[in-house]
Each structure stands twice: as C-alpha cells, then as structure tokens.
Design a protein around this ligand. Structure first.
Ligand code: GLN
Length: 290
C-alpha cells in the first residue's frame, strides 16, 4: 500500500458520500493521520509503506476519520481545530466552528478600539474566537466570555489557556442566558461583541449536513424570524453597558435593516451596517447612549 493509494481510496469514499471537496479533505486527513507535511507526501507518495505498527495505526486512524467525514462530520471537528484571525482554535461538536465572516467583526473592533483600556463582553462566546482574538490582538484590559452552554464554555476555557496566556488581558468566563450570565455588581462594559444564533428556524433544514446535523443547534437557531437574540440584546444591553459603550453584532446577510431598526428603537446612536469581504451586510454597530 502507498500513500497515494490510501488517498485515492479515501477520496473515492468521500465522493460516494457526496462530500464536497473530497480530494482536499482526504489529503488533509491523510497528512494529519500520518503526521506528514506536504513535501514529504509529494516526495514519497508512490513508495510502498513499511509494514510495521506505525503504518497500521496511522492507516486505521485515517480510515476511521474518512468514515466520519463520509458521515458529513465537519473536517474541523475531526481535526479538532479551525484557524481564525491567524490562531488555531480548538473546536468540537459543542461550539460553532469559527467562520471567516466573523473576522469582519473582529477587524472592525480592532480598527476602532485597539489599545484602549476598555472592558469587553463577548456574548454567545462559543469557542471564544471573538473575545480571545480581541484579547490577543487588541490589548484590552478585560474580556468577559459568556455562554448558555457549559460544554461550550469548556471549549472557551481551553482556547483561553492555549491562546491567550501571554495576552496580558484578564479573561473570565460566565455561564448563563445572555446578560443574566453577568454577576450583579460587575463593572460596566465599554464594548459588547456578539455573534448570536441568527438563522431563521425554517432555513435550518435546508443547510448542509455538516452544519445542520453536526454543529450545535443552539448556536444556529435564531427562532422564527432569526432576530430573537438581537431583540433581546438591544433591549437588555443597558443592564451591563457603560454610557457611550459600543455594540458590534454579527448578522445574516439580509438582516441589516431589521437589526439597525431594533438598535435604533432602543435608543442606540450612530447605528451602522458594515459589509464583509464578499460584499454582504455582516456587522451592525451602534453606540449605547445610556
Ligand atoms: N462567538 C462564536 C463564534 O462567532 C460562537 C457564536 C455562536 O455560537 N452563535 O464563532
């Protein structure tokens, strides 16, 4: 057996399962299972693999991963990581896999608020990708990560340990439903960031199986019109924000006007909708007047 043959088998198996990007995924799983880099693979792919314990173990691991991917388990959950803002975040089935779209929000906050002695609240933290990248890249004084899921917060904590140890930012995690996670008496926040669940319930059934069947439903489902969490955030944010605080919310491509309206109704000023790299509306920001 050669690496090339293993790759061909894996690719065919994924193609039969209707998995998009079969060749690329099989290659990444092969390299990871055999702990090889691309150069080694290219130079040695036609050589017969030695028949030893290592080959047996790596092959078994690769085949198990291919079988999981054929069931449309996301590649990131199999490999346990996703790159976001230049950092490798640990992910599992309890958190949303960080998306490139969300970098638009982080970059906007960094552009406007970098190197400030500000306190940041990341609601619906999930993997913690937003709050942690702000801590590492933004030099903020304090970041609070809040989530309704205990399992998600375990992932957040792991990512804080792995990625933010040197950041100099104090980071704490809180468990609870949106703002109720924040203990009474907490000093007000200057920046609120959130990528809340925003997919309308009936749209979920039509999503790719990777998302629909394997990412946490509670990270996706924004209820009937997708807007429940924006409504609640707009209404309840005053409980924890300092006057003049800024709010940055990720939104679905068609939710810009609705979320702008919700923030305005609740008295937020300077409400703006920002686009992502693909030209879709992606972030709504505003200022809490107090
Ligand atoms: N904040 C995390 C992210 O943006 C999780 C978001 C969520 O669970 N809705 O990836």
């Amino acid at each position: 057996m050669t690496l090339f043959e293993l790759l061909t088998q894996g690719t065919e198996c994924l193609e039969q399962a209707g998995s998009p990007d079969a060749g690329n995924d099989a290659k990444l799983l092969l390299l990871e299972a055999f702990e090889l880099d691309m150069t080694h693979f290219l130079l040695n792919r036609m050589q017969t693999l030695p028949e030893n314990q290592r080959t047996g173990e790596c092959t078994a691991k690769y085949q198990e991963w291919i079988a999981r991917r054929a069931k449309r388990v996301p590649l990131q959950q199999i490999l346990g990581s996703q790159e976001f803002m230049g950092m490798e975040f640990f992910v599992n089935e309890h958190v949303l896999i960080p998306r490139q779209d969300t970098e638009t929000l982080v970059e906007l906050v960094l552009e406007r608020e970098k190197h400030t002695q500000k306190r940041v609240l990341d609601l619906c933290a999930g993997s913690g990708c937003i709050g942690i990248s702000l801590a590492v890249l933004g030099g903020f004084e304090y970041v609070a990560e809040a989530d309704l899921s205990e399992e998600a917060l375990k992932v957040t904590r792991k990512n804080i340990e792995r990625l933010a140890g040197e950041s100099g930012t104090r980071i704490e995690c809180f468990h609870g439903d949106l703002f109720s996670a924040i203990p009474d008496g907490t000093e007000p926040f200057d920046i609120l960031v959130s990528n809340p669940p925003y997919i309308p319930t009936e749209v979920i059934a039509g999503l790719e199986p990777e998302v629909r069947d394997h990412e946490p439903m509670m990270a996706l489902d924004g209820t009937e019109d997708g807007l429940l969490f924006y409504r609640r955030i707009a209404k309840e944010a005053g409980k924890v924000l300092a006057p003049g605080a800024s709010v940055y919310l990720e939104i679905g491509y068609d939710q810009g006007e609705a979320v702008r309206g919700l923030l305005r109704e609740q008295g937020f000023a300077e409400v703006e909708v920002h686009k992502d790299l693909a030209g879709n509306d992606r972030v709504v920001c505003g200022r809490f007047v107090g």
